[in-house]
Each structure stands twice: as C-alpha cells, then as structure tokens.
Design a protein around this ligand. Structure first.
Ligand code: V0V
Ligand code: CO
Length: 144
C-alpha cells in the first residue's frame, strides 16, 4: 500500500546553488546528501515533514554526475524542474508487482538502491500520464 509522498525529485544543473535557493527562500536544510553512481546523480534530501506511516516527505534535489545519465538527458531536453514523484510503501516489491499486473511498465525487475539505503523502482512515465513515478521502501523507518 502506498502511504505517503516520499519525495518530489527536482532536476537541476547546480546542486549547491539549488540547495541555497531552498535554504534562503524557504528555510529548508539538507537532511542528507549522497552520490548514487548507478543512477548518475548527486542528490540532496530536504526533509519537509514526518508522515503518519512513520516515514517522511522530502524534496530530492538532483544534479547529474555524467552526460549519459537519465537526469542529464532530461535536463538537456526540458531544463530544470520537477523530474519525478515518489510514493512511499512498506512493500516496494509487492506494490510494484501489483501495479505491473495492471499493465503499467515497471522499469526494474528487482528494486535497486536509492537514497539513504532505500529500495526503489520506477514506473514508465508514458504509462503514468507523463509523470515518472518512483516507489520507495525506506531503510530506516518503522512502517506499518
Ligand atoms: C523521460 N520522459 C519523461 C521523463 N523522462 N517524462 C516525464 N518525466 C520524466 N522524468 C519521456 C520523454 O520525454 C520521452 O517522451 C520518453 O519519456 C522517453 O524518454 P527518453 O528521453 O527517450 O529517455 P529514455 O527512454 O532513455 O529514458 C526514460 C526513462 C529513464 C523514464 C526510462 O529516465 C529512466 O529509466 N528513469 C528512471 C531512473 C531515473 O530517472 N533516475 C534518476 C533519479 P517523448 O519525447 O517520446 O514523448 S534517481 C532517484 O530518484 C533516486 C536515487 C532516489 O530517489 O533514491
Ligand atoms: Co527519487
């Protein structure tokens, strides 16, 4: 069951500059940052609020680490902006299988490693009304 907005992914050319915009404009601080080589991103997670399922909702600011990454490709075509949305679940495997059975393309056979040790997969934007959609089971929260 999908129980929260886990994050909204925002693609940018300059992560440090974008982090500073969110700090100066809204007062959001960086909760966590990391490089995910497999996904080709350097990212900063800004925690916005805790949620009723024991998780939290974040903004995920994404800067590409290489020219051939999905985010670099997307930025070249669209410029900066909202890149994907992510729903949180206690069971990414089960929910991905359930959604796949409804005819939506799930991009990975097995979930991969996402931010903060989470397990993630993606749904094809062309099957989701133009919205790249991620499913996330976080590593640390006690979800029910
Ligand atoms: C591409 N398209 C999108 C899109 N990216 N539509 C909405 N939102 C997006 N973000 C559209 C694009 O405009 C094309 O439409 C069509 O899909 C095919 O796109 P493409 O440019 O030819 O690119 P592809 O097919 O090579 O790749 C698209 C997919 C790829 C979605 C398959 O981006 C992908 O595998 N994404 C999942 C991984 C990812 O995005 N990782 C970065 C975040 P037209 O022009 O044909 O109409 S990593 C992350 O979130 C982490 C680590 C985390 O949360 O922990
Ligand atoms: Co994401």
């Amino acid at each position: 069951m999908l129980t929260r907005i886990d994050h909204i992914g925002i693609a940018c050319f300059d992560l440090d500059k974008t982090v500073e915009f969110y700090r100066a404009t809204y007062g959001f601080e960086v909760f966590h940052s990391e490089v995910n080589e497999e996904q080709g991103v350097r990212e900063a997670m800004l925690k916005i609020n805790d949620t009723g399922d024991g998780g939290a909702s974040y903004l995920q600011l994404l800067e590409p680490t290489r020219e051939d990454s999905t985010v670099a490709k997307w930025l070249a075509k669209n410029g900066e902006g909202v890149h994907h949305i992510a729903f949180g679940t206690a069971d990414v495997d089960g929910d991905a299988a359930d959604i796949k059975s409804k005819g939506v393309r799930v991009l990975y056979d097995e979930p991969r490693i996402g931010s903060m040790g989470s397990r993630i997969t993606f749904l094809h934007p062309k099957d989701c009304g133009g919205v790249l959609t991620e499913l996330v089971t976080s590593a640390t929260t006690t979800e029910h």
